[in-house]
Design a protein around this ligand. Structure first.
Ligand code: UT7
Length: 326
């Protein structure tokens, strides 16, 4: 019996040119390169230029993913963008990117789940491809998180950066075995609205009429992140009838190196199996998973047949994971 699965056939990413190092930050606020590296693993981050918007970052990542797949925008019938930093309150960034790619057909919309956004976008897209409603999709995580930061607040300003990552997903008939099929084998999402106060933006179009700034109680978020991520990673493996020993690469949301290491340890996954980009990208929210994926695909670490475990946790709280065979 064959099943319809969503296979990733191309990846791409884009980082703005301007690099902001820990030393640059230490010259502006009361922090140090040593503290940032020791507590987070971050060394530098990229910052979008004035006039460079989330849709610009996302469109460039999408062009690169299409080129990697050997396709043009004409071959795509769905665009799903995960972002918490849209160019405008509306319309969706996805429709802006649709226009920038010159597409006059198809469907484009955004999903909002902050740092888990890419896992949410991937899961929604997987359902739409499996249902037969669509055949080929661009799934994009794109953020200009630097614009949500209070640059006077050292507890958050040092943690985030800007960037975008994209994948092309195609519905393909596969034999129907999670032990060998390519594509998305299982995904699981969760949310719990009780924790708004621990990680949120203190403004919005429907409340203050302003964009607001990011506020986070980092220590508490850290604790929830390790618990929730290890739990959903275990859950998704169980749904796919797989075990941690089957995992070739963990491609995680890049919030903090200590979270990546603690989460992998809980599942008995060797740290060498975890793709780490937090050192050079910092936390790019919804862009971090597809950015890390593109890095590990292009440098040759990820090979055909490898089982990947994608995971993320963010504001809401929201969290999720996906098991994908390359
Ligand atoms: O993507 C969404 C999910 N987000 C996350 O997963 C973030 C999760 N949280 C974290 O990554 C960490 O909790 C942080 C990196 C945010 C903070 O690390 P921590 O080890 O939990 O430090 P802390 O908040 O307990 O702060 C320790 C000390 C404090 O000083 P006192 O009270 O001990 O005197 C802070 O004021 O470090 C101080 N501190 C800083 N010092 C220098 C906080 N930020 C800085 C800074 N530079 N930038």
């Amino acid at each position: 019996m064959s099943v319809r699965r969503s296979v990733i056939i191309g990846t791409g990413s884009y980082l703005p040119q301007q690099v902001l190092t820990n030393a640059d930050l230490a010259a502006r606020i009361d922090t140090s390169d040593e503290w940032i590296q020791e507590r987070t693993g971050i060394r530098r981050r990229h910052i979008a230029a004035a006039g460079e918007f989330t849709s610009d970052l996302g469109a460039e990542a999408a062009r690169r993913a299409l080129a990697a797949a050997g396709l043009t925008p004409n071959d795509i019938d769905l665009i799903v963008v995960a972002t918490a930093t849209p160019d405008q309150t509306f319309p969706a960034v996805a429709t802006v990117i649709q226009h920038k790619l010159g597409m006059l057909h198809g469907v484009a919309f955004d999903v909002a789940a902050v740092c888990s956004g890419f896992l949410y976008a991937l899961t929604v897209t997987d359902s739409l491809l499996q249902s037969g409603a669509h055949n080929r999709a661009l799934v994009i995580g794109a953020e200009t998180f630097s614009r949500l930061l209070d640059w006077e607040d050292r507890t958050t300003a040092v943690l985030f950066g800007d960037g975008a990552g994209a994948i092309v997903m195609e519905a393909q008939a596969q034999p129907g075995s999670t032990a060998s099929d390519r594509g998305v084998l299982a995904c699981r999402l969760h949310s719990d609205g009780r924790y708004n106060d621990l990680l949120h933006v203190d403004g919005g179009p429907g409340s203050t009429g302003t964009t607001g700034k990011l506020r986070m109680k980092g220590k508490e978020v850290f604790r929830h992140a390790v618990t929730n991520l290890s739990s959903v990673m275990g859950e998704v493996l169980e749904v796919a009838s797989l075990t941690p020993a089957d995992v070739a690469w963990v491609v995680p949301h890049q919030a903090n190196l200590r979270i990546l290491e603690a989460t992998a340890k809980k599942l008995n996954l060797a740290p060498e199996r975890v793709v780490v980009t937090v050192d050079s990208h910092a936390n790019t929210s919804a862009a971090s998973v597809p950015l890390a994926l593109d890095v590990a695909v292009r440098d040759g670490r990820i090979q055909r047949g490898d089982l990947l475990l994608l995971e993320a946790m963010g504001g809401g709280f929201t969290w999720g994971a996906a098991a994908v065979r390359w």
